[in-house]
Design a binder for this molecule. Structure first.
Ligand code: 7PJ
Length: 284
């Protein structure tokens, strides 16, 4: 059994878990900023759990290309009341941030079980800070920075390069005293990758996991690559593509799937699990 240690919880990763996205950015492109108040956020959080989410991911800084700058103080002011509100729901709470100062505030207040960082703890001071807290860590790969990363992403061998980067970040965490059971890696779909790069990473996900040496978390939900495949310009209209992508990732070994549409994803995973238990049992 693969166990992931994150804060107050030890999660069994033998079946894929759903991480429900709870954005609190007013400009959040996928929910239109409807959940920027903490009461609305709590309502949304309860719905995500009822729909089947096993983890909640809360972020206050949009990393979408061209998103307006948010100061670390404003980011913390946005997420703090929501972290506070969802703390008692009985599921792991993840904070999506790349800023050491925001991580510090959340860890000092004891409000998070998992730090989900699209910069893989590259911000100065982030790694030692998170290493000494009892939280889980998600290390994500990206090429370049959110503002410009989609301009000209280039790789010679995207699987080897992303895998090597993730392995190097995992190694730094281990050196800092973090046990492997606390670490997840993420290839970072859409973060400095062309459609071909994204598809190659998804197709070869088991190789990425093997190179990273820790379980994978993936985020494909509503992303531009799905817009490119389907021709659907509106992120919220990419439900079918998002569910299919989540399933393909789960079938290739992803252990945590980060999604907006929890209910539809949960149903798809339930069909897979039912089929799986049938084919692996002795019943014929
Ligand atoms: C990801 C994320 C992802 C992880 C975002 C969006 C953009 N964290 N935060 N992986 N994406 N770990 O949701 O489209 O792919 S923000």
């Amino acid at each position: 059994m693969t166990t992931f240690q994150c804060g107050r919880f030890a999660l069994d990763l033998s079946r894929p878990l759903i991480m429900g996205i709870l954005n609190v950015t007013p400009d959040s492109f996928s929910d239109g900023g409807r959940f920027d108040r903490s009461d609305a956020a709590l309502l949304h959080a309860r719905q995500l759990l009822a729909d089947g989410a096993g983890i909640l991911d809360i972020g206050g800084e949009s990393t979408r290309p061209g998103a307006p700058y948010v100061s670390p103080e404003d980011e913390w002011a946005r997420v703090a009341p929501v972290l506070e509100a969802v703390r008692e729901l009985g599921v792991p709470v993840s904070l999506d941030t790349r800023r050491a100062s925001v991580m510090q505030a959340a860890l000092d207040a004891g409000l998070v079980d998992l730090i989900n960082d699209v910069s893989a703890l590259e911000d100065e001071g982030a790694l030692p800070l998170v290493a000494k807290a009892p939280v889980g860590i998600c290390l994500m790969h990206k090429q370049g920075n959110p503002g410009t990363m989609q301009q000209k992403p280039e790789y010679e061998d995207v699987v080897a390069e992303v895998g090597a980067y993730l392995a190097s970040r995992v190694a730094l965490c281990l050196q800092a005293g973090v046990v492997r059971e606390r670490i997840l890696a993420d290839p970072g779909f859409g973060f400095g990758k062309t459609l071909a790069h994204n598809l190659t990473l998804l197709a070869k996900l088991p190789q990425v996991e093997q190179r990273a040496g820790v379980p994978l978390l993936v985020g494909l939900s509503r992303k531009s690559m799905l817009g490119a495949i389907t021709g659907e310009a509106e992120p919220a209209q990419r439900l079918g593509a998002s569910v299919a992508a989540a399933m393909e990732a789960a079938r290739r070994g992803a252990k945590i799937i980060r999604v907006h549409d929890v209910k539809a994803t949960q149903q798809a995973l339930q069909v897979w699990a039912a089929l799986d238990s049938m084919t692996s049992s002795t019943v014929s």
